[in-house]
Design a protein around this ligand. Structure first.
Ligand code: SAM
Length: 333
């Protein structure tokens, strides 16, 4: 059994991102306690879990208990998969119902009694305890270092445009499409979504209506080491002309939200409708589209009108004048 700790700012999107990557690897979510998710999967899921954008860490889940005493009793029976030294580290979630103040010391003593050495400053293995409705203990296998994502934020890129999504969100959009081989962003801007998809080893296709974006996105992709890409100058509402005969497995995009500069002179809602129709045309049956729309546009209704089925919808308030939804749509197969 594994656990995944998701991030708290878009928890439903984070959970569905996890569900999507598990569907690719044959695993499943079997329980949730606030931001702590229990996952039924084995090591074959690791390369897929490594893709996650909206998670904090994953690990091996070893003990689940209703009280501190039960946790400590069970911990005595565990074959702790500890390599080298260890440290106990507690995560007290907002719904924690137990008094865990002294738990690192007590659990540390139990694990130490099984023959492992403690090292508080540089442990080789981190024993993680989560406190929510219940208590859980396991060992951390992978921590998603925020630095990797921070280094790809808009202002660190050689070609800078302030219109970009946070790289963690771009990564989640890619994962929500369940892409295995390839991904298209038909309004790629500076290429933020394509960078995240390319770093996962997907072949990426990008389109933008502005020549400077096509040049800039290429600069950014190269800078971050993405090599397998095809970028074109073109119109997202005419994709079957931009890629004649090509059908895509997955599409993720972040259309402009309304300034005349980024809308290239079009009426906004009309542009969104045409994008939905255009993407529907170039998606393979069963393929998915992950897309952001401002809350004032009824993306669900419009996408259903274009033929899509809703697979997910997540609200985000960006600031006072921008509220949006991230949607995941599926083309019937
Ligand atoms: C919000 S930006 C995308 C940002 C991108 N996701 C990123 O993270 O860097 C939207 C982009 O859509 C482009 N665009 C606007 N109308 C378009 C159209 N009809 N076809 C293709 N691209 C278009 C704009 O030039 C702009 O670069």
């Amino acid at each position: 059994m594994l656990y995944v700790e998701i991030l708290g700012n878009l928890p439903e999107m984070a959970r569905d991102e996890l569900k999507a990557v598990l569907e690719l690897s044959g695993g499943e979510i079997t329980g949730q306690d606030y931001l702590f998710l229990k996952v039924n999967a084995d090591e074959r899921a690791f390369p897929f879990l490594d893709r996650l954008g909206l998670s904090h860490e994953y690990g091996e889940l070893l003990v689940e208990a209703n009280s501190i005493d039960e946790l400590l009793e069970k911990a005595k029976e565990i074959d702790w998969p500890i390599k080298g030294t260890f440290k106990v580290d507690t995560e007290t979630m907002a719904n924690c119902r137990h008094d865990v103040l002294d738990l690192p010391r007590k659990l540390g003593a139990v694990v130490h009694a099984r023959g492992f050495r403690v090292n508080l400053s540089k442990p080789n293995t981190l024993v993680r305890v989560y406190c929510g409705e219940k208590l859980y203990a396991g060992v951390r296998l992978r921590f998603f270092d925020p630095k990797g994502f921070e280094n790809r934020k808009a202002h660190h890129r050689p070609f800078f445009r302030p219109i970009s999504l946070h790289p963690r969100i771009s990564r989640a959009l890619v994962n929500l499409t369940k892409a295995r081989k390839e991904l298209l962003d038909p309004m790629m801007g500076a290429g933020g979504i394509l960078m995240e998809a390319g770093l996962l080893g997907l072949k990426v296709y990008g389109v933008d209506i502005k020549p400077e974006m096509v040049e800039g996105a290429e600069m950014n992709l190269r800078y971050y080491g993405v090599k397998d890409f095809e970028l074109k100058l073109g119109d997202a509402t005419r994709l079957s002309e931009v890629f004649p005969g090509k059908k895509f497995e997955a599409v993720a995009t972040d259309p402009p939200y309304g300034t005349s500069a980024t809308l290239a002179g079009r009426e906004r809602n009309e542009l969104y409708r045409k994008i939905l129709e255009g993407v529907y045309d170039v998606l393979k049956p069963g393929g998915r589209l992950a897309i952001a729309f401002p809350a004032s546009f009824d993306g669900e209704w419009e996408a259903e009108r274009a033929g899509f089925r809703l697979a997910g919808k997540y609200y985000q308030r960006v600031h006072k004048s921008l509220e949006r939804y991230f949607y995941v749509f599926e083309k019937g197969g």
